[in-house]
Design a protein around this ligand. Structure first.
Ligand code: RRO
Length: 308
C-alpha cells in the first residue's frame, strides 16, 4: 500500500507534511538552489510587517549548546515590496505559500490582512503573535489570552472565510492551553507551535551581553522537548485543533515525534542553516519512517502518542 503523504492544516490541503519554518528561509530563494520548492508542503515566509524594518542591532546570532539564539527583530522589506517581489516569485516556482504576518497593534494585523486578502497563490496565513525580539515584552500578544484574541479577531474580521488562519504561539507562558483556547475561540483555524524560547548569552571576554538586542530566541534541538510538550498538551486539551509543529527538528525521526504528539505538519528551521538540503532530506526520511512503521497515511500518525 502506498503511503498517503498529504495533510491538512486549518482546512488547507498540502501534498506533504514538511514545511519551511518562518524566518529561516526568508522567501525561499536561497533554498531553491538545493531543491524545488514545489516538492515540499509549503514555504512559510519570514514574518512580514507593514513597513520596511531594519531590525535589531548586531550581533544578532549566537551559537549555544544544541541550538542558537537569534535577535533579528523583524527585519524585512514591508508588505508592499513583499507582495510585488516575493509572492509572484514563489508562485512562479509552483510553491504553496503560507504568509506569516506580524504587527505592533491589532489594527496593524488588520491592515496587513486587508492587503493580503484576495492575493492569489496563498494557502494560509500564519499570524505571528509571539516574536520574542521586541523592545517591550508587553507587546508579545501571545503571552496574554485577551491580547492574543484581539489580534486573531481583527484578522478574522478582515479575512472572513477566505484563508485559514494559524496563530503562532510562544511556549514562554505558564499555561499554553489557555492561550491556544483563547485564539481558537476567537477565530483561528489552527496553531503554529512553537516560536523560539527567550534566552540570553553573556560573552565572558567582554563580560557583556553577546547579542545587540541583549535577549534572543533560542531554537534548534535544545528546544525540541519543549515543542513536543507544548504540542502534546494542546492536542490533549483540544483534540480537533490542527497544529503546524516546529522546534529543533533535524531528522525524519524528529519530525515523526512532533506528529505523534499531535502536529499535522512540521516546519524545519534551524537545521537548514547547517544543511540547506535539510528540508527535503527530512521529508524523505519521514516518508520512509512512516512506511516502515506501517502507517497508511500521515493522518493516522497524527496524535498517535495519545492513543491507549
Ligand atoms: O525577527 C525575529 O527576530 C524573530 C521573530 Br519575528 C520570531 O517570531 N521568532 C524569532 O525567534 N525571531
Amino acid at each position: 500500500m502506498t503511503l498517503d503523504f498529504g495533510t491538512t492544516l486549518g482546512g488547507a490541503w498540502f501534498p506533504t507534511p514538511i514545511f519551511t519554518a518562518s524566518g529561516c528561509a526568508s522567501s525561499g530563494k536561497e533554498l531553491s538552489q538545493f531543491f524545488p520548492l514545489r516538492e515540499i508542503g509549503a514555504v512559510v515566509t519570514k514574518s512580514i510587517m507593514l513597513k520596511p524594518r531594519a531590525g535589531r542591532p548586531t550581533p544578532r546570532m549566537a551559537e549555544t549548546p544544541s541550538g542558537m539564539l537569534n535577535s533579528i527583530g523583524l527585519q524585512g522589506p514591508g508588505i508592499d515590496a513583499f507582495l510585488i517581489e516575493d509572492i509572484p516569485w514563489l508562485a512562479s516556482q509552483g510553491a504553496r505559500i503560507i504568509v506569516s504576518i506580524a504587527g505592533e497593534t491589532a489594527e496593524e494585523y488588520a491592515v496587513l490582512s486587508r492587503k493580503l486578502r484576495g492575493v492569489s497563490g496563498i494557502s494560509a496565513l500564519e499570524v505571528n503573535i509571539s516574536c520574542p525580539n521586541v523592545e517591550n515584552r508587553g507587546l508579545v500578544f501571545a503571552c496574554d489570552p485577551t491580547s492574543a484574541s484581539e489580534v486573531i479577531k481583527s484578522v478574522r474580521s478582515i479575512i472572513g472565510g477566505d484563508l485559514p488562519i494559524l496563530a503562532k504561539l510562544t511556549p514562554d507562558v505558564t499555561n499554553i492551553v489557555n492561550i491556544a483556547t483563547a485564539v481558537m475561540t476567537s477565530g483561528a483555524d489552527g496553531l503554529a507551535l512553537i516560536n523560539t524560547v527567550l534566552g540570553m548569552v553573556i560573552n565572558t571576554e567582554t563580560m557583556r551581553p553577546h547579542l545587540g538586542g541583549i535577549t534572543g530566541g533560542l531554537s534548534g534541538p535544545a528546544i525540541r522537548p519543549i515543542a513536543v510538550r507544548a504540542i502534546y498538551q494542546v492536542r490533549q486539551a483540544l483534540p480537533n485543533v490542527s497544529i503546524l509543529g516546529m522546534g529543533g527538528v533535524t531528522s525524519g525521526k524528529d519530525a515523526l515525534e512532533l506528529i505523534l504528539a499531535g502536529a499535522s505538519g512540521v516546519s524545519i528551521g534551524t537545521a537548514s542553516f547547517g544543511d540547506p538540503s535539510a528540508v527535503i532530506r527530512i521529508q524523505r526520511e519521514l516518508h520512509q519512517i512512516l512506511q516502515d512503521k506501517g502507517f497508511n497515511s500521515v493522518r493516522e500518525a497524527v496524535g498517535h502518542a495519545h492513543r491507549d
